[in-house]
Ligand binder design. Structure first.
Ligand SMILES: O=C(CO)COP(=O)(O)O
Length: 160
């Protein structure tokens, strides 16, 4: 399964402890994270993680794009409920996409542990059915307008 980790600054220690505790299990999966979270996990565990940009620089949006492409199965996002984040719209958008696509998401340690145990038991195998029925499918402009190829950036010009 494809699993992503994100933690706000006050929750990073919790995320490190969580991934140390369950690294034996996460080793069998494909892992992703926002920039700083991913670096800290790799520094403290033996896990290999694909790191996106830091959250405030677009990392949450990059994870959202994975979800929209049906390329993420579980999100563990230890967010800080006590500190306002400058990139709050990106955070809301990421969590919204989890609901749009029915992606299991844990925003605190208690839920994360339940989901990890479910992952270990094989309760996530239904995701394989989703992958089989809805393979990654990126719609391009050409797919939407097969008879009318467009040049990028020419839409405004075409109106005149
Ligand atoms: O801000 C974040 C998520 O919203 C996390 O980003 P970092 O992992 O780069 O600190």
């Amino acid at each position: 399964m494809k699993v992503a980790f994100v933690a706000h600054d006050q929750k990073k220690e919790e995320m490190i402890n969580f991934t140390i505790a369950y690294q034996h299990l996460f080793q069998a999966h494909e892992l992703f994270a926002t920039g700083t979270t991913g670096q800290l996990i790799m520094d403290n565990t033996s896990l290999e993680i694909f790191r996106f940009k830091s959250g405030p620089l677009g990392g949450d949006q990059q994870l959202g794009a994975l979800i929209a492409q049906n390329s993420l199965d579980l999100l563990v996002f230890f967010r800080d409920p006590l500190v306002a984040q400058a990139h709050e719209p990106d955070i809301s958008a990421l969590l919204r996409l989890c609901d749009v696509y029915g992606i299991p998401v844990a925003t605190n340690m208690a839920t994360a542990e339940l989901l990890v145990r479910a992952l270990e038991r094989g309760d996530f195998n239904w995701r394989d059915v989703v992958h089989y029925n809805c393979p990654v499918n990126v719609t391009t402009l050409k797919d939407r307008h097969p008879d009318k190829p467009r040049k990028i950036g020419s839409a405004a010009a075409e109106r005149h």
